[in-house]
Design a protein around this ligand. Structure first.
Ligand SMILES: C[S@@+](CC[C@H](N)C(=O)[O-])C[C@H]1O[C@@H](n2cnc3c(N)ncnc32)[C@H](O)[C@@H]1O
Ligand SMILES: Nc1c(NC[C@H](O)[C@H](O)[C@H](O)CO)[nH]c(=O)[nH]c1=O
Ligand SMILES: N[C@@H](Cc1ccc(O)cc1)C(=O)O
Ligand code: SF4
Length: 448
C-alpha cells in the first residue's frame, strides 16, 4: 500500500527497450523551487516534475498539486485571466494515406480509393471545388480560420511543376500515382490552399509531414515548399506530426514518418518564409517521462531560434481504435494525473511560448476546463467538424458554440476572449448573442 496518496501512471514501462529512461538525480523539491522562481528548467527538472519525483513509483497527489499551482500562477503572470477561443472550421481533404502510423485511425489505405477498387473504405477525398464550398459557407457563418490536415494521398503533388516531376519519374519509391486513377482527384496542395483561401479566411494547413510529401522526388528544400504554399494563400502551419520528437519513439509509433530533425527543419523553414506555426506533442502511448521532457526541450530550442510558435498544443493519445491498442502495444492513454502534469510542466518549461492550449476534443469539457487552471490559457476553437479523434474512438463531440464557451469559461471565473489564429487580434466576447466578430463576415450572429 502506498504510504501517501499516489496514483498510477499509464506509462508502459518495461515493454519497450528505450535508451532514454525517466531517471534523474534532480530532486523534486529542487525542480519545484526552480519552477516557482522562474529559473529556466532543465530536462532533469522536467522529469522530476512530470514524475513527481523519480524515487518512488506513481504520481504523488500532493506534489502534483504543487506543480499545478506553480503552473497556474505562471499562467496568470504571463497571460492573465483571459481564456481565448477561435472561430474555426476543420476541413480535412482526404483520409487516403499509406504512411501507417500506429497511433492513427484517421487513415484509409489509398488502394481503396482507386477507380477499380470495389471495397468500401468509409473515408473521403474532396476536390478543391468542394473544399472551397465548405469553407465559403462556414465563412458566411462567421468563422475566420480553416484548419486543414490530411492523409498523404499518393496523387498529391505540390503544384503543376511537382506533378510533372512525379509523372516523369521512373523511381518506384515515391508513393505517387496519377490522379486520373482515383475516383476523386484531390488536385495539388497549392490548388487546395488556393481554393480554401476565400474571403480573407486564415488558412492553417500543411504539417511538416505533408510538406515532406509535397517535396518528394525533388531537390527542393522545405523553404521552397512553404514559399510556394504561402504564395498560394497559406497563412500558418499546424505543428502536428510532431508526436514525440525523439527518434527511438518515432521508430515504434510512426516509422514511416520524417524524423525529429526533419520535423524541426520543416518548422524552421516555415518560420523563415514568414509563416507562424504551432507546436504539438502527442503523448500517452509508448513513451516515458524522459521522452516528454526531451520533446519539450526541442520545442523550446526551436522557439529560441524562430520565435514563430504561437501556441503549444498537448494532444493526449486517444487509444481505443488504433493499431497500437489493437496489437496490444498499449493498454490505454495517459491518466488524468499525467494529463494535468503535462499541461503544467509545458507551461513551466516553455518559458518562450506564450500560449498553452487545452484541447476539449481530447479532454472533454469538464477536464478541458480543469486544464485552464493547470497552466493552459487557450480553449481551442469551434471546429464545426472533427474526424481524427472521432475515428480513434474519442467521444467529446465535434463542435463548441461561443455561448457554450462563454458559459464554461465564466463558470471558472475567467474572461472569454475571441482571438485571431495568430493572437494579434483579441476581443472580449460580450452578448448575448455570443457570436464571433473578428472575421470578415462575422457580425456576432451565433454559430450554430
Ligand atoms: C492525423 S494527422 C493528419 C496530418 C498528416 N497526415 C500528418 O500526419 O501530419 C494529424 C495529427 O493527428 C494526431 N493524431 C492522430 N491520431 C491520433 C490519436 N489516436 N490520438 C491523438 N492524436 C492523434 C497526430 O498528432 C497527427 O500528427
Ligand atoms: N484545431 C484544433 C484541433 N482540431 C482537431 C484536429 O483536427 C484533430 O482532430 C485532432 O486534434 C488531432 O489530434 N484540435 C486540437 O486539439 N486543437 C486545435 O486547435
Ligand atoms: N490547432 C492546433 C492543433 C491541431 C491539432 C491537430 C490538428 O489536426 C490540427 C490542429 C495546431 O495548429 O497545431
Ligand atoms: S498520422 Fe498522418 S501520416 Fe500518419 S497515418 Fe495518420 S494521416 Fe497518415
Amino acid at each position: 500500500m502506498a504510504d501517501r496518496a499516489s496514483t498510477g501512471t499509464n506509462v508502459p514501462r518495461n515493454r519497450f527497450e528505450f535508451a532514454h529512461r525517466p531517471e534523474t538525480d534532480q530532486s523534486f523539491e529542487n525542480a519545484l523551487s526552480k519552477a516557482r522562481d522562474g529559473t529556466r528548467l532543465s530536462v532533469a527538472d522536467a522529469i522530476a516534475l512530470l514524475t513527481t519525483g523519480t524515487e518512488r513509483a506513481g504520481i504523488d497527489r500532493e506534489r502534483k498539486e504543487q506543480v499545478l499551482e506553480a503552473a497556474d500562477r505562471r499562467r496568470a503572470e504571463v497571460v492573465g485571466e483571459e481564456v481565448t477561443v477561435v472561430a474555426n472550421l476543420n476541413n480535412n481533404v482526404t483520409t487516403a494515406c499509406n504512411t501507417g502510423c500506429l497511433f492513427c485511425n484517421f487513415k484509409d489505405r489509398s488502394e481503396q480509393f482507386l477507380i477499380e477498387s470495389d471495397s468500401d473504405h468509409g473515408g473521403f477525398t474532396k476536390t478543391p471545388e468542394q473544399s472551397r464550398e465548405i469553407v465559403a459557407s462556414a465563412l458566411e457563418r462567421g468563422i475566420y480560420e480553416v484548419t486543414s490536415v490530411s492523409g498523404l494521398h499518393p496523387a498529391f503533388a505540390l503544384d503543376g511543376e511537382h506533378r510533372e516531376i512525379l509523372e516523369s519519374s521512373d523511381r518506384g519509391d515515391l508513393n505517387y500515382k496519377s490522379p486520373s486513377r482515383y475516383e476523386t482527384d484531390p488536385g495539388t496542395y497549392c490548388q487546395q490552399i488556393d481554393a480554401m483561401d476565400v474571403g480573407g479566411v486564415h488558412v492553417h494547413s500543411m504539417t511538416p509531414e505533408e510538406a515532406a510529401h509535397a517535396r518528394r522526388g525533388t531537390d527542393w528544400d522545405y523553404e521552397e515548399v512553404y514559399q510556394r504554399l504561402a504564395e498560394a494563400g497559406l497563412d500558418s502551419v499546424p505543428g502536428t506530426a510532431a508526436e514525440i520528437l525523439v527518434d527511438e519513439v518515432r521508430g515504434v509509433i510512426c516509422p514511416g514518418k520524417i524524423d525529429t530533425q526533419g520535423w524541426l527543419d520543416a518548422i524552421e523553414a516555415a518560420a523563415a518564409v514568414g509563416l507562424d506555426t504551432t507546436a504539438t506533442m502527442m503523448y500517452g502511448h509508448v513513451e516515458n517521462e524522459a521522452h516528454r521532457a526531451l520533446h519539450l526541450q526541442r520545442v523550446r530550442e526551436l522557439q529560441d531560434r524562430t520565435g514563430a510558435i504561437t501556441e503549444f498544443v498537448p494532444l493526449s493519445f486517444v487509444h481505443r481504435n488504433t493499431p497500437l491498442h489493437e496489437r496490444g502495444m498499449v493498454d490505454r492513454g495517459a491518466s488524468t494525473d499525467e494529463d494535468e502534469l503535462l499541461i503544467a510542466v509545458s507551461r513551466l518549461f516553455l518559458d518562450n511560448v506564450e500560449h498553452i492550449q487545452s484541447s476539449w476534443v481530447k479532454y472533454g469539457d469538464a477536464q478541458g476546463l480543469k486544464m485552464l487552471t493547470c497552466g493552459a490559457d487557450d480553449f481551442m476553437g469551434t471546429i464545426l467538424s472533427e474526424e481524427i479523434t472521432k475515428r480513434a474512438g474519442g467521444d467529446f463531440g465535434e463542435y463548441r458554440s461561443f455561448s457554450e464557451y462563454v458559459e464554461m469559461i465564466e463558470s471558472i471565473g475567467r474572461i472569454p476572449v475571441e482571438r485571431s489564429t495568430d493572437y494579434r487580434q483579441r476581443r472580449r466576447i460580450e452578448g448575448p448573442p455570443y457570436g464571433p466578430v473578428l472575421g470578415p463576415n462575422a457580425d456576432g450572429t451565433p454559430l450554430v
